[in-house]
Ligand binder design. Structure first.
Ligand code: MTE
Length: 327
């Protein structure tokens, strides 16, 4: 694997609103990872092998020019280490530490996103061109995983709504389907049929155009680490984390409801809507409470809130629907 070309410039650190106590462990962590990576690269070089940039090198790439918003500032953000080492990204393995250990092989440039289906004209756009089209902003969102744990993540991105408008869907478009990269040469987990690859997900058009729905390209003031879905992923804060599809290469507008990889894997456990709902248990465990990652052994479990606490903003999207049936 050749050393990756990086099109985003290394620029000055951008300060983001987190307390120094949260910054310190992250800096220590990055330093440790960088030293380890340098040792690794040096060793590979000495052996004459090919090298690839790993997570610590990407983590130094600052994002600049984004606007900070007051959104979520009352939350205590999860540490950078937890957000970037406790991941679900099955294309790189099914253990939580697999994505941070294995995703160094993902090539994030050049990266093209294809738009197709019920739109005026099919088109493609490079991810860097996309970044120039829409101003970036930081928003702190809670993320509730279906496995009953949660995090608070300072994302940087732009509303999906803007991208939908740009794509010019026709009146036939009722849903948006998202499709991840599935390249076995870069993603070792693809060789195992744990899911029907490529990973795909879907939203109703009104969900996709809700102002809270974000296309994220960064977190903690930096470009997205590979393990978090570089170079671009979806974030829908009122839905379980698995709706947040990573490393998106295709967006398709459809008349019919898309069937997601998780629905295909187990339709009785994973529905299309996947709204966070403490009163609808997963068939194998309760969804009533959650464990905040990084909270420590003795921190009490939290009550899970309907729509992950975003009910005021999104409950109207589902008025009149039986959310036990449409889970
Ligand atoms: N996207 C792809 N392509 N592959 C995956 O395995 N896992 C999902 C989601 N997006 C997944 C994915 C799940 S189950 C969760 S909880 C979130 O990503 C985790 O995001 P994070 O690792 O950035 O916290």
């Amino acid at each position: 694997m050749p050393l990756k070309q990086r099109s985003q410039s290394m620029t000055q650190r951008k300060s983001i609103p987190i307390s120094p106590s949260e910054l310190t462990p992250r800096e220590v962590y990055l330093e440790r990872r960088t030293i380890l990576a340098q040792m690794g690269l040096g060793l590979m070089g000495a052996l004459g092998g090919s090298v690839s940039l790993s997570a610590p090198a990407q983590a130094e790439q600052k994002l600049t020019g984004y606007r900070t918003t007051p959104f979520g500032h009352d939350e205590k953000v999860t540490s950078y280490e937890n957000i970037t080492t406790y991941n679900n990204f099955y294309e790189f393995g099914t253990d939580k530490e697999d994505p941070s250990n294995n995703a160094g092989t993902l090539r994030t440039r050049p990266w093209t996103i294809t738009f197709e289906g019920a739109i005026k004209r099919p088109r493609q756009i490079g991810v860097d061109d996309l970044l120039h089209l829409f101003p970036l902003e930081e928003r702190i969102y809670r993320m509730r995983c279906v496995e009953a744990w949660s995090m608070v993540i300072p994302w940087i991105g732009f509303p999906l709504q803007k991208l939908v408008q740009w794509a010019e869907p026709t009146a036939r478009a009722k849903y948006v389907e998202f499709i991840s990269l599935a390249d076995p040469t870069e993603m070792p987990g693809i060789r195992r049929a744990v899911l029907d690859w490529p990973y795909n997900e879907g939203l109703r058009m009104d969900e996709a155009q809700h102002p809270l729905t974000l296309m994220a390209v960064g977190l903690y003031g930096e470009i997205l680490p590979h393990q978090n879905g570089a170079p671009i992923r979806l974030v829908v804060p009122w839905k379980y984390g698995f709706k947040g599809i990573k490393s998106i290469v295709k967006i398709r507008f459809t008349e019919a409801m898309p069937i997601s990889s998780w629905m295909k894997a187990n339709a009785s456990e994973y529905g299309f809507y996947s709204n966070v709902n403490p009163s609808v248990d997963h068939p194998r465990w309760s969804q009533a409470t959650e464990r905040r990652i990084g909270g420590g052994l003795f921190e009490a479990r939290r009550k899970t809130l309907p729509f992950n606490g975003y009910a005021e903003e999104v409950a109207h999207l589902y008025s009149g629907m039986d959310l036990k049936k449409y889970f």
